[in-house]
Design a protein. Structure first.
Length: 502
């Protein structure tokens, strides 16, 4: 099966921060999971470059918009590379391959009568170069929410997309395919807003020769940045070699950009007669130390902070923290230092790390190699864990999957206490029982390496090395109990998650 997963493409004028890194890391985990299932995976991320702000920021630096975008896109790419993100491509909307396709799509929409030249009139914030809705303008007493200067009533010729035509079709989509927007609460929000009625939307702004993609056949206009950006998901795979990936299986986003993905995007695709993505999953937000992250507070969990965690605790610990504590679902999550430390200490160092370390150390000390077993005391629990892990992962419930793994680790640690291998080792009559205990523990450790591989790939490799088994990435078939070869010799056994001094 093919599996195509995307992240939003990030505004190139921002510096990468925890928000971008979170969505991309989560997408990476699902991509790795599907590769493990043997799927033909395509995982896409990239940068959204044609915002007018880019021109302003570039000018301040004495650069062209393209030079500025090149620099910042490189920063995103470098960040994702350092964080071990396994994306298959990185799309930049200023690339020719994208621009060409977007023009083609807009031409098609025009030919089908879904794009027309109309006039837009509204309250314009000249400083921000954007129109405000009537209600927002009123709320701010017809002054710019940013600069406080009076808004101007402005009329502009724009190309419009006939969104209104698709109101019924969108309603049906959300009703008949309840999984199209997840979680449910987000789907309800979208349905309520559609029920209020859909107006046609401008898809261009005036500006000959400006930074952006010209409207085909009318170079006085450039395509509105959001329309340009949404098309990335299609443009990247709209080639003979990659067309098998369309439609996308999951567009992973946060709730801030749900409307564009759940309404505008499927409507554009309907208008183009293209198959629709299977799912838009909108997660919630990270806040930082109990507070919303914002430019004015300057409290973003930025790259510097993130690098600090990676160098102190390791990349896998960061990935585990994001995956197990992150806002997949309806609640926001707090990125708090104390919480990070607690998760590291309790779940990684004490539970998982300790289980692996003591299991392998005892295997080494008492047997030196994996013994044959006659009974398998942890087998049923392990099989349950694998089954619920899989069900959760297939439903994008990463936290649930890790909870299943965590409960199994707790159970296995209890089993160590109950069976007390150090006592069995002193009784020759208990040799068979000790073999069973050591095999069950070592086999559990092996299974943990397989299921944890998407989340913590380098720890999974270390576990395999310590266990003395093949260094290839796990495959789903390896989650069957009993795969550990008798006679395998553990390598050097060292703590995977050592104590971190703070
Ligand atoms: N360029 C548009 C998206 C176009 S997609 C066709 C954009 N870019 S953005 O740089 O602002 O990125 C928004 C996305 O970043 C969110 O949807 C989410 O994936 C991620 N996050 C940004 N801040 C976040 C948090 N505080 N918490 C979690 N994720 C957040 O919008």
């Amino acid at each position: 099966m093919k599996f195509y997963i995307t992240t939003p493409i990030y505004y190139v004028n921002d510096r990468p921060h925890i928000g971008h890194i979170y969505t991309t890391t989560i997408a990476d985990i699902f991509a790795r999971y599907h590769r493990m299932l043997g799927d033909d995976v395509f995982f896409l991320t990239g940068t959204d470059e044609h915002a007018t702000k880019v021109v302003v920021a570039a000018a301040e630096q004495g650069l062209t918009a393209q030079e500025w975008a090149d620099r910042n896109a490189a920063a995103f790419q470098e960040t994702f590379r350092k964080l071990g993100i396994s994306n298959d491509d990185f799309i930049r909307t200023s690339q020719e391959r994208h621009k060409r396709k977007v023009q083609q799509y807009v031409r098609e929409l025009m030919a089908r009568g879904d794009v027309y030249l109309g006039e837009y009139e509204g309250w314009y914030d000249a400083g921000q170069e954007e129109y405000l809705t009537e209600s927002k303008a009123k709320e701010y007493e017809y002054k710019s929410p940013i600069s406080g200067r009076p808004l101007v009533r402005k009329r502009e010729k724009n190309y419009f997309f006939r969104l209104s035509r698709y109101e019924g079709a969108l309603q049906r989509l959300l009703e008949e395919q309840p999984d199209f927007v997840r979680p449910d609460i987000r789907r309800n929000e979208v349905m309520q807003r559609i029920a209020e009625g859909l107006n046609d939307v401008p898809i261009s702004r005036l500006g000959a020769g400006e930074w952006g993609i010209p409207v085909p056949g009318d170079e006085q206009h450039v395509i509105y940045v959001w329309i340009d950006a949404l098309f990335n998901y299609l443009s990247t795979v709209d080639t003979p070699e990659r067309e098998r990936y369309w439609p996308a299986d999951v567009h992973l986003i946060a709730k801030d950009i749900l409307w564009f993905h759940a309404v505008i995007w499927p409507a554009l695709l309907m208008a183009l007669g293209r198959p629709l993505p299977r799912q838009v999953y909108a997660h919630s937000f990270w806040i930082a130390e109990g507070q919303k992250m914002s430019k004015s507070l300057g409290n973003f969990v930025d790259l510097e902070k993130i690098d600090g965690y990676v160098s102190r605790y390791g990349l896998d610990a960061l990935r585990f923290f994001l995956a197990s504590q992150g806002p997949l679902g309806i609640n926001d999550s707090d990125f708090a230092d104390a919480k990070f430390r607690e998760v590291y200490e309790a779940q990684l160092k004490n539970d998982l790390g300790n289980l692996i370390n003591r299991s392998l150390a005892m295997l080494q000390r008492y047997r030196g190699a994996v013994p044959a077993a006659t009974s398998h005391p942890l087998r049923a629990e392990a099989e349950n864990m694998v089954a619920s892990y899989r069900a959760c992962m297939d439903g994008l419930d990463l936290t649930g999957a890790l909870r299943a793994v965590g409960s199994f680790v707790t159970r296995a640690n209890q089993f160590v206490e109950e069976s007390a291998p150090w006592k069995l080792a002193r009784e020759t009559a208990e040799a068979g029982r000790l073999d069973d205990v050591l095999y069950s523990l070592a086999e559990s450790v092996r299974l943990l390496a397989v299921v944890l591989e998407p989340v913590m790939p380098s720890s999974a490799a270390k576990i395999r090395a310590q266990l003395g088994i093949a260094q290839r990435p796990g495959a789903w078939a390896e989650t069957s109990w009993g795969g550990l070869p008798v006679g395998a010799k553990p390598g050097e056994v060292t703590p995977l998650f050592p104590k971190v001094e703070t």
